[in-house]
Ligand binder design. Sequence first.
Ligand code: GLP
Length: 224
Amino acid sequence: MSKRAADFIVQEIQQHPNSSLGLATGSTPLGLYKELINSYIQGKADFSKVSTYNLDEYYPIQKVNPQSYDHFMNENLFRHINVEPSRIHIPNGEHSSAEGACLAYDEELRRNGPLTLQLLGIGLNGHIGFNEPGDCFAGSTWAVDLSLSTIEANSRFFEDSSQVPKRALTMGIKDIMQANKILLVVSGAQKADILQKSLYGPITHACTGFRVATSSKCYCYNRQ
Ligand code: GLP
């Protein structure tokens, strides 16, 4: 999965050296990022003109916190490849206001959007980025109250669940859906059920059309 997904991204960068890549965190893309680093070392991928946009970040969180997504991306990808630091964009978990951080991130997204390619993982409960099931999905970046199940799932990276920030900043479903291509990586038996529901489950109508995107439209869109 990681190799195939990395090849897909490398091909995209070769075809579009100025690509805007939407990137994801979590354990699922770790192998993919190793493959991207290998491709860079082997001279197959040049990130010098690529811009990156991360899906989400905890709020509030210091960038130096080893659990911040800022730290995760630097450790697992950015510091190993030739991406320009000025072209790296991650929602700012250190901003004095969550709303201010969202507005600032939206502005950055608009500058290079729509994204050439959005990489996605999926949460155990079907969340995309930090857009939780049941949320009234915003079009743009927004501040989310994390669900209890996400806090528990992500507590494996922290000392205990009380250390997990209760909020996060996430790109909205609209921005994600506007990417030219969406690449979803899912692995492990524990995700089989949610993947099955996401791909083949009923499309439910609730607060907005985007509501369904976490489960169905995102993938339908991807398959089209
Ligand atoms: C976090 C991220 C998601 C990611 C999810 C799955 O909550 N915000 O973007 O898809 O984790 O993580 P994992 O790949 O570790 O299962």
